[in-house]
Design a protein around this ligand. Structure first.
Ligand code: BGC
Length: 365
């Protein structure tokens, strides 16, 4: 292929790696820098499988970082970092009172969020050091992360063999492929916790427009556990069936918004589980950046960074205030192990947990 000297974009997709520091345990953390043939770049560290940076073009073709995170490992090791960019497991979102029962055995998990279990516990998949290797992908680059979660880890039953592949496509897409198997009946609900800001942190996310392909959402109690009701979004601030500013209704008088300090809820996707369907779309008018989310999961947690309070300073000295980021976490419903009417999150020996989510980055002029 002829080399175009007027562009600084790489001709070939590639992955490079370097050390990102050492954990207190002595384990080395590696950072993988994945670049597609458009020049889009995504950095991933083995610690937590965290996406530390991800660039996407604006309408002028300028690639800028659109995710929250830190410049170095120390940033991620601070207390109270709210899962920036991390892989979440074994169970994304909440399990009421940290308890569930499988085949009449009750399992007890850590209580780490207002009386409930959140995002896999005290040392969830966001805080373990994954093994990583580059794998073949013809239309871009791919990185495979694996982790064996031992039987009883964080209170969950079964040895869980987990594999997550990040596939960065030359068409500016990121496909995340999750796979897990167990040797004992267990529950699994994996997700990715990137905080997006399509303005590249120039403003908060209230001006982003959002569409969520869902006619229902899951109302929660005051501790953010679903009540079991599937409530129509129509006529409520939770109606994102048409593109609407994130900030349009977020300050309305509404008990659900009070409980979440804004949007921190699970929307029930219209297309259901199983095959890849459109879950959500976001658009930031100043940059022109768009983000579409497709998933095989039945639901998406939309979280508008309500608990960010300016105490964390991230990459390049940016202070992370309330609503600096927007999380679009594809998943099964929260608290499914205790709510039999919800789609099951159980995994049996011999079965394969499989889930896929695709983020498509684009522009609208
Ligand atoms: C939860 C929020 C939580 C955030 C960071 C989100 O997935 O829904 O309630 O504050 O993660 O921990």
């Amino acid at each position: 292929m002829a080399c175009n000297s007027t562009t600084d974009q790489p001709q070939n997709a590639n992955i490079t790696s370097k050390s990102f520091g050492t954990l207190p345990s002595g384990e080395e953390v590696t950072q993988y820098i994945m670049t597609n043939n458009q020049g889009m770049e995504m950095s991933v560290i083995t610690y937590g499988g965290i996406i530390t940076s991800l660039t996407a073009p604006d309408k002028a073709g300028k690639y800028e970082d659109i995710v929250l995170g830190f410049d170095n490992l120390e940033g991620y090791l601070q207390d109270g970092v709210p899962y920036f960019g991390a892989l979440i497991g074994r169970y994304g979102n909440r399990i009421a009172k940290g308890k569930f029962t499988l085949d009449s055995t009750e399992y007890e998990l850590a209580i780490n969020n207002i009386g409930n279990h959140l995002h896999g516990g005290l040392k969830g998949f966001d805080k373990v050091n994954w093994s990583a290797k580059e794998v073949e992908y013809a239309d871009g680059v791919a990185l495979e992360l694996t982790y064996l979660s031992a039987d009883g880890e964080e209170g969950y039953p079964g040895n869980l063999e987990t594999k997550v592949t990040y596939q960065l496509g030359n068409d500016n897409t990121l496909l995340i492929d999750y796979m897990a198997t167990t040797d004992k009946k267990t529950v699994v609900n994996l997700t990715q916790h990137s905080y997006f800001n399509l303005s590249a942190m120039k403003e908060d996310v209230l001006n982003h427009q959002l569409m969520v392909n869902a006619d229902h959402f899951l109302p929660v109690d005051s501790t953010l556990i679903p009540t079991g009701e599937l409530r129509p979004v129509e006529g409520t601030p939770f109606n994102f069936t048409e593109m609407k500013k994130v900030g349009a209704d977020v300050n309305q008088e509404n008990q659900q918004l009070t409980y979440g300090l804004g949007y921190d809820h699970c929307w029930v996707l219209n297309e259901g589980a199983g095959k890849m369907d459109l879950a959500a779309k976001a658009y930031e008018p100043n940059s022109g950046r768009t983000l579409e989310v497709y998933t095989s999961e039945p639901a998406i947690q939309v979280y508008t960074g309500n608990f960010l309070d300016g105490t964390l300073t991230g990459k390049g000295g940016t202070v992370y205030n309330k609503r600096t980021g927007l999380c679009l976490e594809t998943q099964h419903f929260p608290d499914s192990p205790n709510q039999p009417e919800f789609p099951s999150t159980e995994l049996n020996p011999g079965e394969k947990y499989e889930s896929q989510t695709k983020f498509v980055f684009g522009i609208r002029e």
